[in-house]
Design a protein around this ligand. Sequence first.
Ligand SMILES: [Zn+2]
Ligand SMILES: [Zn+2]
Length: 328
Amino acid sequence: MLIRNSLKLTSLHDYYQRLLHGSQPVPSGLDMANTLKFFSQMLLSLLKEVHESPLEMVKSQKYDAERMALYPNLDYKQLYNALTQLIDVVSSIHIGLQAFGQALLQCLACLLPFLDHDLIDNVAYLTASSISVLPMELHQDIVNYLCYYILPFTITRKTEDGTENAASQSIAAVIMMIFQYSSNPAHHCQLLECLMALKPGVVKDILCVVAYGTAPARASAAKLLFYYWPSFNPNLFDRRAVLVKFANDLAPFVCQRDSCPNAGNAEAGKVCYDHRISITFATETPPPMYLCIECANEIHRAHPNQLFYDILHPMQQVSMICENKVSH
Ligand SMILES: [Zn+2]
Ligand SMILES: [Zn+2]
């Protein structure tokens, strides 16, 4: 396995060199996608062997050494660096760019629980920055990877010294990237709603985008600031118009189970954090596993000791008045 792994890393490096220098034959995105899928599959099969809870351990720096010791000693960091390099030369890929982009995002998410502290802190921004070079068809995927697979395991990570981790500090930059390169306001809303559930002071990050972002990013940030925090200025604009626009564009995140009876049409309502269950029922998808209610019930019947948690649904409406009934 070790030899095969380093061989394939050589091929990733070779792709990079040929794209960088434009040397023939220029690699096709489809070939590169297949190589990356090989790595994702390898990572998932390694993860499936682990009996402890790497997804739980990844949430705290304290367990990093213990977590890294769960896996065979392979070049995870080199793989991460190779992916980073490939993002730099994406603009030279002409055939199969979408397939490559999909495989790249999937591989990054699969790699997350194998990374050490410094790299974990970078994954959110690296993923967000891929939006500047990947085609528009992948923008929804990028936002989904961030919201469902990366942000919940990175920005809330506890550091050894109790300070805010670097991933959390990079959130203003993550918002800026998505707001600048996605022209779909539904993506902006999805990202902010995910962040609001994970990070208490996210309003400061939005203010930072309003202050320092590029023109399109700051315009969207200002709009959403008043949308989600109406107390800043309740009369500034017609909130209903914004609501209708956003609601129409929201693409539901669907059940990820391979043999879902609703075949990719049912919205995910539950999440299972057990990586072994996840890799068993969604063989090519990084954990955790997001499921429709029907699949969650079915898997729960077969595995009654597994926990399935509710996932957050998009906000239908933001109240203009304080809804905290306890304080009145
Ligand atoms: Zn399902
Ligand atoms: Zn109140």
